[in-house]
Design a protein around this ligand. Sequence first.
Ligand SMILES: [Zn+2]
Length: 274
Amino acid sequence: MFYSNHVKRISTLAQPIVSAWDHKPGFRILIFHHIVDLARFGNLLVYLQRHFTFKDPADSDQWGKGPGDILLSFDDVFSTNIQAAREVLNPMGLKALFFVLSDFVEAPSEQQKIILRNIFLKEMPPGEFQSPSWEDLRFLVHSGHTLGAHTRTHRLLTAIDDNAQLRKEIVGSGDILEERLGQPVRWFANPFGDMNSLDRRAYKIIEQRYDFCCTGLRGKNASGQRCLWREAINPALSDGYIRFVVSGGWDWLYRSRRHKTLLGIHDLESFSHA
Ligand SMILES: [Zn+2]
């Protein structure tokens, strides 16, 4: 409903007002998935660079001080994301976060199918959704990008009753990446990222193992925050609409979802910071 042409047109017109409101220091994290059109992706980043400041996720002292700081992230990590790094991010000198499914990397085809089904639920994607190789991930690390864990197999964490299984998905994924790549893994993104995909039981394990937990709920982050909000971006939409989103145009819509998530993951009756 919110993505109708009508709403997009109004949101583009409202963009200057929203930008003027979004003046608090802090940072936003953009989420991309599979990149269909590398040229369009590159043009979008050039456009966003004119209005926002891209920061290196590895340098936490550098982000969150200005009003327009942005981190880039990719969830699931398909081979198209490696191409995006090679052909777009690296030439532009931009650094991003890549949230990898550890068991998807160089997985046998049967296992890939299971994981793809977990990602896309019932609808199976076309063949272009190829898994990355360990060599691809080493290339990302050598290019200065930051790798994070996105579980082992993209299961919905709140649906896993068995504690050992839950730990395996959360802790195991980061440990495998660290072991294979020889780099500390401090970032985690929970699959699906909506309000129902994170609970106290899962968050406790995430919090012990990682420095940051990235959700998919929209909102601006303050420095020092560990449960982070992110803005999902579809590069096929217009520059103006995406600028509206990245300026916090939908923050109001997600306020109660952020609040409920914080109540759900903390041992508190009420939580004022939403
Ligand atoms: Zn995912």
